[in-house]
Design a protein around this ligand. Structure first.
Ligand SMILES: Nc1nc2c(ncn2[C@@H]2O[C@H](COP(=O)(O)OP(=O)(O)O)[C@@H](O)[C@H]2O)c(=O)[nH]1
Ligand SMILES: [Mg+2]
Length: 699
């Protein structure tokens, strides 16, 4: 692969609702640009960016993957991302290392649940957005309706930069509304277009759409506005330059059309991205984390700055080992360079500096500022770390992955596999930051936590295929909490006389509820040494440990405050241990008075389906103790927003599929904790007691 300077680079995240054709689009781009000898297909399981075994089997993207296309003296780095709600964290990790986002939309469905979510993510990251309406060749593809759904969701900044030449089975390319030329795809999917005048039957529509584009571009720019008033139009060069700026400023969001599987409109897309997507050189400086007191360091993406590499993703290959994908945030990196990991202090050698085509490492001698690269077998480097020139330390903020939404207990199928599971999961966690693995303090079970049931199931499948350990998934666990609703005042007194040396600790506490999310607060209000200072942390520790073990059903007690206000001690018999026990006794007594309740996680749920199912879906959400918050019609689709307790959503995926014949989709995020209604709480408490009884018997 050739070497590319910063100005010739285009870094793009490819994102959109699941199944709209992102991976196919990248496959078509790679073939058209000559990076693969033929058009690879999701159906054949051989695409560059869905290389993982689980992705091939399920025919969906699970992890973000990179691919490189060289087009017209420019280099396009694509970050193909998954489109399902439970994998959105993989979109999030691509956003900080690209300068634009390619939002792919299905030509039949238009805007869908994840389309909106991704739009919001791009807005938060202030990324320019290009929109591709893909699958234009499908039955019922309807460019006008999709455009309407786009403008109604995202506003009038959404504007056509192309018209499709026909649709459904007649789709055969695009008309470029900037240069006013038609690009008719040659038959056979070779990706080559013939340029010709815009066909007669589209001339009027193209003329009007061109005018709209000119007006929108001129609108935000005084100089262009003047020129437009004078001439009644803009020359192509000025229109192009103006559009480029409007895209970079997120004023306009150009809409393009394509069919990935027929490989039509792809050459036009590649050229459009080269012409109109910002290069890393055009992006403002990036801020590093501020060290205590000092102002945050900044870096421009330029070759003449000190070297800084930001590791945005890690792949763990059972054979090649760890592969770190990074962005050159500043400077030039050469093969075999020695760099410092600023997060961990380690020095790493970048042997076999590469770019990553899917999972294949292609060696390169050097990479310039703004480029994406990869290197295998770093010893002590993980996702989110910054590496670079020892003399110029800087650390870029890592992407924060939200807390898991669901826990499953897992059990090895064969006894003695526990150690193997631990080691294998440890490697999988390096690769997938949304996955968590830990041991439940109450039940001693191993818990695997993730963003949703399918996420955890895929992790289990990976364990089996990659690491050859089999586990059974037990029923999902809802992470309940406990809290109090009333104030309490209690004494904990621990006294034990055994022969000579005894144990003595005594404390008095007040307990009060804190607002939701308040956690735990401890106030030391002891006067005159009723409890010696060195024993006070022991009282606090006793309370915290008891709170962790729960009171009603074994779930951690949260959102409360403890004031330690009195106590007594014994010169000889008092000890840390005795005060810890006293703290724990006081806590339990206080809980008796404090009107404890169970809390449950409430989820923010968005369900989308064809309108005919809306009534059933709402009834079903009500039956799940859901609170409907709003409804919207979007084309032929209905969107329902509701808040529903997580406990009622555990089997929603399969229920929704059967309720809507597979045509509904949903997304779910954690919203807040709320009190469990009395009847449900009683069941949970009884069940927890039964389970705990079992554990105690086993022990
Ligand atoms: N008819 C048609 N099907 C397409 C097109 N692009 C993708 N597909 C199909 O849509 C399905 C999902 O494609 P995929 O690329 O995996 O979508 P992704 O989830 O967005 O990555 C696959 O069956 C593809 O063959 C297209 O342009 N036309
Ligand atoms: Mg995909």
């Amino acid at each position: 692969m050739k070497t590319y300077e910063t100005a010739s680079l285009r870094n793009l995240a490819i994102a959109g609702h699941g199944g709209c054709g992102k991976t196919s689009l990248v496959a078509a781009a790679l073939f058209t640009a000559g990076a693969t000898p033929r058009l690879l297909r999701v159906e054949d399981g051989n695409t560059i960016t869905d290389f993982d075994e689980e992705e091939i089997q399920r025919r969906i993207s699970i992890g973000a993957a990179t691919a490189v296309a060289e087009w017209n003296r420019s280099k396009l780095n694509f970050f193909d991302t998954p489109g399902y709600g439970i994998f959105l964290h993989e979109v999030a990790l691509a956003l900080p290392v690209v300068e634009a986002l390619l939002l792919v939309v299905d030509a039949v469905a238009g805007v869908e649940v994840q389309t909106e979510k991704i739009w919001e993510m791009a807005a938060a990251a202030r990324l320019p957005v290009f929109i591709v309406v893909n699958r234009m060749d499908r039955d019922r593809a309807d460019a006008a309706r999709v455009l309407e759904s786009l403008t109604s969701a995202f506003g009038r900044g959404v504007c056509r930069a192309q018209l499709p030449l026909g649709q459904e089975k007649d789709f055969q390319g695009v008309a470029d509304l900037v240069r006013m030329r038609a690009l008719l795809a040659e038959a056979g999917g070779n990706g080559v277009s013939r340029e010709q005048p815009i066909p007669e039957n589209l001339a009027a529509e193209a003329g009007a759409a061109h005018e709209t584009l000119v007006e929108l571009v001129a609108e935000g720019n005084d100089k262009l506005m003047e020129e437009f008033f004078e001439k009644g139009t803009l020359p192509v060069e000025d229109l192009s330059a103006g559009l480029r700026v409007a895209v970079a400023e997120r004023r306009l969001f150009p809409v393009l059309f394509a069919s990935a599987t027929l490989n039509q409109g792809i050459d036009a897309l590649l050229q459009f991205l080269v012409d109109f997507a910002p290069s890393p050189a055009e992006v403002s400086e990036i801020e590093g984390r501020a060290e205590s007191g000092a102002p945050a360091p900044r870096r421009a993406m330029r070759d003449d700055q000190p070297l800084a590499l930001f590791v945005c993703k890690t792949l763990v290959d059972p054979f090649a080992g760890r592969i770190s994908i990074f962005k050159v945030r500043s400077g030039v990196v050469y093969n075999d360079a020695n760099v410092t990991n600023f997060a961990r202090g380690a020095v790493e050698r970048l042997a076999h500096l590469s770019v990553l085509q899917g999972k294949q490492l292609l060696s390169v001698p050097e990479l310039h500022a703004g480029d994406l690269g990869a290197v295998a077998k770093l010893r002590d480097t993980f996702t989110g770390d910054t590496l670079g020139d020892k003399a110029a330390p800087i650390q870029f903020p890592p992407v924060i992955v939200s807390e898991p939404a669901i826990n499953f207990a897992i059990e090895p199928k064969s006894r003695g596999d526990e150690d193997k599971i631990g080691a294998a999961l440890h490697r999988m966690l390096e690769e997938d930051l949304a996955l968590r693995f830990f041991r439940d303090a109450q039940t001693n079970e191993f818990l695997l936590a993730g963003t949703g049931q399918q996420h955890v199931e895929i992790a289990v499948a990976k364990l089996k295929h990659r690491y050859h350990v089999e586990v059974t998934l037990k029923a999902p666990k809802v992470p309940y909490r406990e809290t109090i609703r009333a104030k309490a005042d209690a004494q904990g007194r621990y006294k034990k006389q055994t022969g000579g040396h005894g144990q003595f600790g005594d404390c008095k506490i007040k307990m009060e509820p804190l607002p939701r999310g308040g956690g735990f607060e401890f106030v030391n209000d002891i006067f005159g040494g009723a409890i010696p200072r060195n024993f006070i942390p022991a009282v606090e520790k006793g309370i915290i440990e008891s709170a962790q073990r729960g009171y009603l059903a074994g779930y951690p007690v949260v959102d409360f405050k403890v004031i330690l206000y009195d106590g007594s001690y014994h010169e000889v018999d008092s000890s840390e241990l005795a005060f810890k026990v006293a703290g724990s006794l006081a806590f339990k007594k206080a809980m008796e008075q404090a009107k404890p309740v169970l809390l449950e996680p409430i989820m923010e749920v968005q369900v989308q389906s064809p309108q005919e199912f809306a009534g059933d879906l709402m009834g079903d959400l009500n039956a799940r103790r859901g609170r409907i918050e709003g409804m919207e019609v979007r084309g032929a689709q209905q969107l329902v927003r509701a808040q529903v307790p997580m406990a009622e959503m555990l089997s929603y995926q399969s229920d929704l599929t059967s309720m809507t014949q597979g045509r509904g989709s949903f997304q779910m995020n954690f919203s807040h904790y709320d009190v469990v209604p009395q009847l449900n709480a009683e069941k949970i408490i009884t069940q927890a007691k039964a389970e705990r009884g079992q554990v105690e018997e086993e022990e």
